[in-house]
Structures are given as structure tokens and as C-alpha cells.
Design a protein around this ligand. Structure first.
Ligand code: SF4
Ligand code: SF4
Length: 86
């Protein structure tokens, strides 16, 4: 779909903690009980807040082809650099 955010969950990295399901404001994720991992069920609803990617303890979520929303974009590499000072 045009304009849809491409979200990838790295299967080998996901530890099934479900934190991405809890944090996502638009319920993009579902949980695959059989594989014990999160899956993308509604990528078209993603608003590219990047909360999930920031929160994921396994750094398993990546986004591509999204347009940064002014004042709502979180630079993950910058946030990770800042973490050491918090
Ligand atoms: S937050 Fe990361 S490790 Fe946890 S379920 Fe989601 S993708 Fe998997
Ligand atoms: S970037 Fe935000 S809206 Fe998109 S899947 Fe992650 S938490 Fe949900």
C-alpha cells in the first residue's frame, strides 16, 4: 500500500516480551503464540512514533519508508546515546 510504513520484526531477536504490543498507540502488533513472538498485523495504522523500536529490549523492530512527522519523530540513535546520561 502506498505510504504504508514497512515494519520488520527480526524473528531470531524477538524474545516475546510483548512490550511492543503494550506501547503501540494504534495496535499495530499481534502476538503469535505458536512462535512466541510479536507480529505486524496492521502496518497501515502505524504513525511512525518509533516508540516500539525504542522500547524493544532486543532491538528487534525496524521501520522503513516512513515520513518523519515534525515534533513527533524520535531519533533512536540519538536516544540511545542519551541513555547513558539518564
Ligand atoms: S518488544 Fe521486541 S522483543 Fe518484545 S515482543 Fe516486541 S519485538 Fe519482541
Ligand atoms: S512506530 Fe509507533 S505506531 Fe508504529 S508500530 Fe511502533 S509503536 Fe506502533
Amino acid at each position: 500500500m502506498e505510504g504504508m510504513v514497512d515494519i520488520q520484526i527480526h524473528e531470531a531477536a524477538c524474545r516475546g516480551c510483548r512490550m511492543c504490543l503494550d506501547i503501540c498507540p494504534t495496535d499495530v502488533f499481534a502476538f503469535d503464540e505458536g512462535r512466541g513472538m510479536a507480529t505486524v498485523q496492521a502496518a497501515e495504522d502505524c504513525i511512525a512514533c518509533l516508540s516500539c523500536a525504542y522500547l524493544c529490549p532486543s532491538n528487534a523492530i525496524s521501520h522503513h519508508q516512513f515520513h518523519a512527522v515534525k515534533n513527533f519523530y524520535r531519533d533512536i540513535s540519538f536516544c540511545r546515546r542519551m541513555e547513558r546520561f539518564l
